[in-house]
Design a protein around this ligand. Structure first.
Ligand code: AMP
Ligand code: GLY
Length: 423
């Protein structure tokens, strides 16, 4: 079978690596991919942008692609699944309507409220003056979110009125997120511990993937600006068996059922970003796709055939299928370009990327190959991931490789996993 994976991040490298291990798979195309995906067995990068839906459709027809898997949210929100299905192409991902769960924070928050799913109290504003007035009566910290897609950068946790006004000004006046910021959601700040809970839906059945935890802040001790994610581990000890059961019953099921009652069938990965305090579980966000960098440690722990699971889900045939996971832990550390999540330079040489141990894997994200040399090509550049019999072992093995990579222009957090290791 021929697979097409859309995207160019660490998530897509991990998908390509895992899918290509399946005996069902002859060839994996990645559009556009990165320097890591093109080095994987059976894999080939295709120079088509991940948002160029008509070119992707034509490619899938031309190459008789058996299954397309969509990594990032942007093509989903733009309606790639609707377009592929219209052309009888098998694709795994939610429709344009279903992707609103990530594409609009207002849609997501209103949906949660309507379906009695716990989430932070919020207000939505389209008027700048009204949003400023709301802030003048608020307690801090408070959370300000651009309504639309902002590449993981649309959320500000404001600790003062000044920070809140700046976030509103940036989104609504300066329009730094374009039309994504013309509406904002302002919500209460929740305390607790975060976890990522990802499930796969086939339109009828929903199966959970292993739990994980991301590290969104740029710097050690969760300081600094929010990023797309600086490292992740799996499983997340905070997601006990009881919490897992509660999440499935009180969050995932009412979400899938609530969408269905609005005439929306959800197919594909659904990612719930959770805040857990004691046994209270709130939804911080939904994503209509797999997480990055959560994919990297999660897929390292997966023993089942990912290609087969994705095919079954796209065909609506998951039935009672379960996924098997190693009991080992996995932990991934992101190495980013100095300056990220703000301005940074590209085209810097990176060396010593080879895996030295079968339990380590260097996943690429913002990389490209030029005349045989790997160069940096984005903000988050690598995610060095390792398996260990404990979380501490996986951390030690991941950092051993992180320190050995030769790239002067990169930086990383050195406390990934520490909160779970110490608790
Ligand atoms: P989001 O994209 O909505 O998940 O927000 C990005 C990150 O901001 C989350 O992973 C949290 O770390 C933080 N965050 C978002 N909303 C809240 C909230 N209401 N309370 C506390 N932290 C939040
Ligand atoms: N790691 C967070 C996300 O994928 O949105």
């Amino acid at each position: 079978m021929n697979f097409l994976i859309i995207g160019n991040g660490g998530r897509e490298h991990a998908f390509a690596w895992k899918i290509s291990q399946s005996s069902l798979v002859q060839k994996v195309f990645i559009a556009p991919g990165n320097a890591g995906t093109e080095r994987e067995n059976k894999c080939e990068n295709i120079n088509i942008d991940s948002e160029d839906i008509s070119a992707l459709r034509d490619f899938a027809i031309e190459k008789s692609i058996d299954l397309t898997i969509v990594g990032p949210e942007a093509p989903l929100v733009k309606g790639i699944v609707d377009e592929f299905e219209k052309n009888n192409l098998l694709i795994l991902g939610p429709s344009k309507k279903a992707s609103q769960i990530e594409g609009s924070k207002k849609f997501m928050k209103d949906f949660l409220k309507k379906n009695h799913i716990r989430t932070a109290e919020y207000e939505v504003f389209e008027d700048y003056e009204e949003s400023k007035e709301y802030i003048s009566k608020s307690k801090f910290p408070i959370v300000i979110k651009a309504d639309g897609l902002a590449a993981g950068k649309g959320v500000t946790i404001a600790h003062s009125a000044e920070e809140a006004h700046k976030a509103l000004d940036d989104a609504m006046q300066k329009k730094i997120f374009g039309s994504a910021g013309t509406k904002v959601v302002i919500e209460d700040f929740l305390q607790g511990e975060e976890a990522s809970f990802i499930v796969l839906c086939d339109g009828k059945k929903t199966i959970p993937f292993a739990s994980s935890q991301d590290h969104k802040a740029r710097d050690n001790n969760d300081l600094g600006p929010n990023t797309g994610g600086m490292g992740a581990y799996s499983p997340a000890p905070i997601v006990t068996e009881e919490i897992h059961k509660q999440v499935m019953e009180k969050i995932i099921k009412p979400t899938i059922d609530g969408l269905k009652s609005e005439g929306i069938t959800y197919k594909g990965f659904l990612y719930a970003g959770l805040m857990i305090k004691n046994s209270e579980i709130s939804v911080l966000e939904f994503n209509c796709r797999f997480g990055d960098p959560e994919t990297q440690p999660i897929l390292m722990r997966m023993e089942s055939d990912l290609a087969e699971i994705c095919l079954l889900a796209a065909q609506g045939n998951l039935n009672e299928r379960e996924i098997s996971w190693t009991k080992d832990s996995a932990l991934g550390v992101v190495i980013a370009s100095k300056g990220y999540p703000f301005e940074y330079e590209k085209n810097k040489e990176i060396n010593n990327l080879e895996n030295e141990n079968p339990r380590q894997k260097v996943f690429h994200a913002g990389t490209k190959t030029q005349e045989g040399q790997v160069l940096s090509n984005g903000g988050r550049v690598l995610c060095v991931t390792a398996l260990g019999s404990t979380l501490l072992d996986s951390k030690n093995l991941a950092y051993q490789k992180v320190k050995n990579i030769d790239w002067k222009d990169g930086f990383y957090r050195d406390d990934i996993g520490d909160k779970a290791i110490k608790s």
